[in-house]
Design a protein around this ligand. Structure first.
Ligand code: PFF
Length: 462
């Protein structure tokens, strides 16, 4: 088969690709979301189940996504259609790509608002507002931010402009440069923060919370949250990694790359948890505080440590950058689709799609103030957008992707792309992709809806 070439250029090296994919994977999901979702779901058992999801479901699906992307070399919608047809299946596989594009748009609409919080905290840190602060001051600062939708809208707008700017510049000039220095710096800072938590926080309390598994807390909902978090954190299930895979040169090892990215991403999440919970417990805060968790705990640390002014400033700058390199991945499938099929230029596509996402962001903004009491299915608008995208659309997308790679694509097609031969390692991947990942995703779905109990397969669902 003659190989297609990407219409958007290629990554300049294997390292560039690893950095881009880990840049997309490591973001608010690791540092903002993982700790609060783990906290809200009781800690240890959730974390253990999360790790299982990452290893048994996340890794094989990430490999599947990259290999499909490189084979198709188009935006996720076209790639799924083209590769589907080549493998003798239906063009309607394109719908998986469509679902991914939609998921990316929904996620970025709230992701950008939270990244806006981080941006505004860059400002607070620069003005030394955390200095000497206690829990009350820190809560007041955060509450003040959420209370005014105009302030939230301002920072959300600023972040969307940053995102559109990089995506408009394209793969090489835009995406690659942005990630090269940021990822390593963020890791260094997290390690330093961990050091602080070890010395000044309730480290034992934090570690116990994260590692002591109380399985009575692992309800169906908690399992779904862990599964959704694994997809969200690894950026899989929506075609972002597929779009990045489309720019991957032939001959780069998909297996090694995926393993590196999964390790980096999981390492960052655990580091964040280990740094944050000791501070939470040392100050008698609530680990289940929700989306404000890091914004209410980290300033306490920064405000009371030597050099906290500079350190806090650096932290929120890097967190914003981590969000930035992820937001690029969220919008890229939609932009690549618009460039390829609507014949628009990259900048025009990035702006048009960016505006749609920006508007959608107001649902999240208002969820924290004017519409805070407005509930659908017992959740705020933000919680619904998050739940729908992270816990439903991403696992569903991942389910289709792994079925596609494991069952629709010929064995030779996948082994061609994976370049790990056809021996044990390949068989292991294929077994995970064909059986373990799809069955596990289905079971978690069933468990969370209570249907598993209905079939008499489990006691109760949360
Ligand atoms: N993985 C990102 C994070 O953990 O913050 C979020 C994300 C980025 C999800 C890109 C999906 C995606 F395509």
């Amino acid at each position: 088969m003659a190989k297609r070439t990407s219409l958007h250029g290629l990554w300049s090296s294997r390292l560039a690709f690893i950095l881009a994919v880990s840049g997309s994977a490591v973001g608010l999901g690791n540092i903002w979301k993982f700790p609060y979702v783990a906290g809200a779901n009781g800690g240890g058992a959730f974390v253990l189940f999360y790790l299982l999801c990452v290893a048994l479901i996340g890794l094989p699906i990430m490999m599947a996504e990259i290999l499909i992307g490189r084979r198709g070399r188009r935006n996720p919608v076209a790639t799924m259609r083209i590769v589907g047809e080549e493998e003798g299946s239906r063009p309607s596989w394109a719908l998986v790509g469509v679902m991914g594009v939609i998921a990316g748009i929904i996620i970025l609409s709230f992701y950008s608002v939270i990244a806006g919080w981080s941006l505004s905290y860059v400002g607070h840190a620069a003005l030394n507002r955390f200095s000497g602060a206690g829990a009350e001051e820190v809560n007041a600062l955060f509450g003040g931010l959420l209370a005014d939708w105009r302030v939230l809208a301002f920072w959300h707008t600023a972040f969307m402009i940053l995102t559109i700017f990089v995506v408009a510049r394209g793969v090489e000039r835009g995406l690659e440069r942005a990630v090269r220095f940021l990822m390593p710096s963020l890791a260094v800072l997290m390690v330093a923060l961990l050091g602080y938590a070890m010395i000044n926080g309730d480290f034992r309390g934090g570690v116990n919370f994260l590692l002591e598994a109380d399985f009575s807390k692992l309800t169906g909902d908690a399992m779904l949250a862990a599964l959704g978090q694994a997809f969200f954190s690894l950026s899989i299930g929506m075609g972002a990694i597929m779009a990045y895979g489309a720019y991957l040169p032939e001959g780069t090892s998909i297996t090694n790359t995926s393993i590196s990215v999964v390790l980096a991403d999981t390492g960052m999440a655990l580091l964040a948890g280990l740094a944050i919970f000791p501070i939470v417990f040392a100050h008698g805060l609530d680990p289940g505080a929700g989306p404000g968790l890091i914004f209410q705990t980290l300033p306490l640390a920064f405000g009371n440590m030597a050099g906290g002014h500079v350190f806090g400033l650096l932290f929120f700058i890097l967190l914003t950058f981590a969000a930035w390199t992820s937001s690029i991945g969220l919008i890229e499938p939609a932009v690549a689709w618009a460039v390829e099929t609507r014949g628009r230029s990259r900048p025009a596509s990035a702006i048009a799609i960016g505006v749609v996402i920006w508007l959608l962001g107001f649902l999240t903004i208002l969820s924290f103030n004017e519409l805070a009491d407005f509930r659908v299915l017992g959740r705020t608008l933000f919680e619904n957008l998050d739940h729908l995208s992270s816990n439903i659309l991403l696992p569903l997308g991942g389910l289709f992707i792994t079925i596609f790679a494991g069952w629709v694509m010929a064995k030779t097609s996948t082994s061609d792309e994976l370049d790990i031969g056809t021996g044990g390692l390949f068989s292991l991947w294929r077994f995970l992709a064909r059986w373990v990942a799809p069955v596990a995703v289905l079971l978690v779905f069933l468990h969370a809806t209570g249907l598993l109990g209905w079939f008499g397969l489990a006691g109760s669902a949360g």
